[in-house]
Design a protein around this ligand. Structure first.
Ligand SMILES: N[C@@H](CCC(=O)N[C@@H](CS)C(=O)NCC(=O)O)C(=O)O
Length: 213
């Protein structure tokens, strides 16, 4: 059986978990924190989560894991069959990760210099504009079908929206026409909704332990 290492405070872990659930895999979750311990580095070479253990071995990097899951279960597609449509979904995934999630991530620690604060907002603005130019909202990002683009974007926007609100008082979901309705459409999918309650519970217990409550 597949094993998924990580925990729900990681948005990348949540992307892979959602893909596993949507595709109907049986899998075991192993609560694991990022680490530079040799034992974990043997599984996850950067010491990051998520890490997937398959029959063949360990796999890291969310995009690589998602592609693997698609290759082994094409009958429950989260990428379109048509090569160009498939590439368009990957384009959305990349734009979301490289130009929205990664710049925003620079602020996640909360311990931000003014320089970082000044640098990040224009980067995220540019990424959001690109997303707005690409997204179909039909109702999903790449059109009628729910895809990996939705999974990656949905689990990026939770943290991005929270951080942008906290740091700049900026409501990013209002920045792109259609984004807020798309977010609701994804949130209303039964599997997403169920996973979101688990994530909320785990976030709450993680952050209350961290703040010593
Ligand atoms: N590029 C990686 C990013 C994963 C990632 O950044 N995971 C975070 C948790 S959300 C992590 O493990 N951080 C610890 C670290 O960077 O050392 C992927 O696509 O899976």
């Amino acid at each position: 059986m597949l094993k998924l290492y990580g925990f729900h405070v990681s948005n990348y872990f949540n992307m892979v978990k959602l893909a596993l659930l949507e595709k109907g895999f049986e899998f075991e979750e192993v609560r694991t924190y990022p680490s530079q311990e040799p034992q974990f580095l043997a599984m996850s070479p950067m010491g990051k989560i998520p890490c997937l253990e398959a029959r063949e071995g360990f796999l890291t990097e969310t995009a690589a894991i998602l592609e693997f899951l698609e290759d082994v279960t094409p009958e429950v597609p989260l990428l379109p069959a048509d090569p160009f449509a498939r590439a368009k979904v990957r384009e959305l995934m990349r734009v979301c990760e490289l130009y929205i999630e990664l710049p925003a991530r620079r602020l996640y620690s909360g311990n931000n210099t003014q320089q970082t604060i000044d640098e990040v907002k224009p980067l995220v603005e540019r990424g959001l504009k690109a997303l707005g130019r690409l997204a179909q909202f039909g109702p999903y990002l790449a059109g009628r079908d729910f895809s990996y683009a939705d999974i990656v974007a949905y689990h990026s926007f939770g943290a991005v929206a929270r951080t942008m609100r906290m740091v700049y008082g900026w409501e990013v979901m209002d920045e792109v026409a259609g984004l807020a309705d798309w977010y609701k459409a994804v949130a209303n999918r039964p599997i997403v909704h169920q996973l979101d309650s688990t994530i909320a519970d785990e976030r709450q217990s993680f952050f209350s332990k961290q703040s010593g409550e």
